[in-house]
Ligand binder design. Structure first.
Ligand SMILES: NC(=O)C1=CN([C@@H]2O[C@H](COP(=O)(O)OP(=O)(O)OC[C@H]3O[C@@H](n4cnc5c(N)ncnc54)[C@H](OP(=O)(O)O)[C@@H]3O)[C@@H](O)[C@H]2O)C=CC1
Ligand SMILES: O=C(O)[C@@H]1CCC=N1
Length: 285
């Protein structure tokens, strides 16, 4: 199937679906008319239609039927009801082969198989290969990071298709399913850790007397520059940190204070909590 034949249907058109759909369009990978965004919220759909000129629908069944690739983008807690709705309408007995890509945190491939493959023989199940993707919201600005894995019915060309779509939004790493909780904790949730750090830096700059706009400029230009330096120089973060840290200087005073407050441990424990929560989500359904 060539890129122009692909029809992607997003079921659940929230923050992450918007980031992915927006990236597919702005990267030139897909035309708006190749995308359908489905949500239960009409207000959300009218915003998305105005913003991206995509097809919109309130019907998950219709979106599933008309797509060649379906992206399941509802919250994990709503996934069972959605899958059961699709299965109860017989849509899993698809004659047309289509890729199912789920972006929900935590839920294992076996959960989707248990519902979507119910009553299907191997030949019919093979028409619905299922892939798990863990993207992140910087996809919207084509700077995303995604982890990708697939079930036994996923062929190399299904994986290539998913990777081609995701690489238009940023970097892609193929992983095992066992690594997905880790991907979620590092890159899926990761942008929020960074934003939390920015919030703290900006708040502190304001307390030091800078106007909000000035505080934002100081913090953001610095973090953007530091990330660029790290990426472009190829040097280790610890080495770059040492180059900023003059013995007996201001940076040393800051880092000593952060170490005394176990900031690194807080980051580690936060990330481990995210991975734990990812595993827990699979138990909730
Ligand atoms: N946000 C992120 O950074 C990331 C999110 N994810 C995953 O992406 C998924 C979506 O997250 P996110 O975009 O943040 O969530 P949102 O809540 O922003 O989006 C989900 C949308 O789906 C709607 N919805 C719920 N049930 C249905 C249904 N049956 N049919 C159609 N639409 C429905 C929701 O409506 P309502 O609000 O009324 O329920 C909501 O508008 C989650 O599973 C999450 O784990 C993965 C990586 C990163
Ligand atoms: O917070 C969450 O559960 C989702 C998954 C990764 C990022 N957001």
């Amino acid at each position: 199937m060539s890129a122009s034949d692909v029809r992607i249907g997003f079921i659940g058109a929230g923050n992450m679906a918007e980031a992915m759909a927006g990236a597919l369009i702005s990267s030139g990978k897909m035309q708006s008319r190749q995308l359908t965004l489905c949500d239960i919220r009409e207000d959300r759909l009218s915003y998305l239609k105005t913003q991206y000129n995509v097809h919109t629908s309130t019907s998950a069944a219709e979106t599933f039927e008309t797509a060649s690739t379906v992206v399941l983008a509802v919250k994990p807690q709503g996934m069972r009801a959605l899958l059961e709705e699709l299965r109860n309408k017989g849509l899993h007995r698809s004659v047309q082969r289509k890729q199912i890509i789920t972006i929900a945190a935590g839920l294992p491939l076996s959960f989707y198989e248990g519902i979507l493959y119910e009553g299907l023989d191997e030949t019919s199940a093979a028409r619905l290969p299922i892939m798990r993707v863990m993207p992140n919201t910087p996809a919207l600005v084509l700077a995303g990071m995604s982890g990708l894995c697939g079930n036994a019915h996923t062929t190399p060309s299904d994986m290539d298709l998913a990777e081609a779509l995701l690489s238009s939004m940023g970097d892609v790493l193929r992983v095992t399913e066992a690594q997905m909780d880790g991907v979620t904790a590092v890159s899926g949730s990761g942008p929020a850790y960074f934003f939390y750090f920015v919030e703290a830096m900006v708040k502190t700059a304001e307390k030091m007397g800078f106007q909000s706009g000035e505080a934002n400029r100081l913090a953001l230009a610095t973090l953007n520059g530091a990330a660029k330096l790290l990426l472009d120089s190829g040097e280790e973060p610890a080495d770059l940190r040492r180059k900023v840290t003059s013995p007996g200087g201001t940076t040393e005073a800051a880092i000593n204070e952060m170490k005394a407050r176990n900031v690194a441990e807080g980051i580690q424990e936060g990330m481990l909590a995210a991975a734990r929560r990812s595993r827990e989500l699979s138990e909730l359904i």
